[in-house]
Every structure is written in structure tokens, then in C-alpha cells.
Design a protein around this ligand. Sequence first.
Ligand SMILES: Nc1ncnc2c1ncn2[C@@H]1O[C@H](COP(=O)(O)OP(=O)(O)OP(=O)(O)O)[C@@H](O)[C@H]1O
Ligand SMILES: [Mg+2]
Length: 120
Amino acid sequence: MREKREAREFDLENPIIKIEHLKKVFGTKEVLKDVNLIFPKGSTTVILGLSGSGKSTIIKHIVGLMKPTDGDIFVGDTNVANCSEDELRAVRKNIGYLFQDGGYVDSYWIIFGYWWAFSS
Ligand SMILES: Nc1ncnc2c1ncn2[C@@H]1O[C@H](COP(=O)(O)OP(=O)(O)OP(=O)(O)O)[C@@H](O)[C@H]1O
Ligand SMILES: [Mg+2]
């Protein structure tokens, strides 16, 4: 017999990630314009969009690899848009992320940065 699935209610007031009025401009190109998103705790959230629509750019903001032109990105209580490096490190300890091919250059510079910081 098929198990009956109950509808789950998510706590939208205390999301695990909350993005408010995120704007990102590269040169003259506005890639993200007033993005508002909530990732509720205990749910799976998928961001769908055309190639070049800004999905990777959003994720890079969540992990603090990019700073917004404007707006806030809360991971728990930390606003990664303007937190300290120590706070960012604490946030990253709780997040796993994979780069798609285009992220290789970013990854390279992160690894180089760590090597430079700890070897000098
Ligand atoms: N560092 C950057 N400098 C300039 N433009 C950038 C930079 N990173 C991303 N862009 C531009 O921002 C737009 C969004 O790119 P992004 O990689 O976020 O798209 P995407 O939705 O992840 O696409 P895909 O589905 O192909 O992975 C693209 O037009 C891209 O060229
Ligand atoms: Mg992408």
C-alpha cells in the first residue's frame, strides 16, 4: 500500500538563507536585479534559469565569493554581504558547493590565495 504523504509546512520567518534586494552589476551589465529569495530550513530549493541568467552568480554571493553591488545575503544570522573574514569562514564551514567548469579560474585563485597566505 502506498504511504500517505503529509504536506510539510516550512518556517518562512526563519529561513536558513535569505536574499534581499540583491543587485550585481559587472561593468555596465546588470546581471542580478532586485533578487529576493528564501531558502526554508529542511527543504530542497532549486534555482532554475536559462544559461547566463545568473544562477552561479547568486551561489557565489551566498558563499561570499562575490560581493553584491547592493543588497543583503543572510546565511543564518550572518550577512555575508558585509561580514568579517572570520564570520565568512564560519559560514563556509557549513556549506558545501561545487563549481561548474567555468568556476575553475575562481577556484584556482582561492587555492593560490590560501597558499600565499599560509606560506608567507
Ligand atoms: N566575473 C564576471 N565578470 C563579468 N561578467 C560575469 C562574471 N561572472 C558572470 N558574469 C556574467 O553574468 C551573467 C550570469 O552568469 P552566470 O554564470 O551566473 O549564469 P548561469 O545562470 O550560472 O549560467 P549557466 O546556466 O550557463 O551556468 C553572464 O552574462 C556572465 O557572462
Ligand atoms: Mg552556472
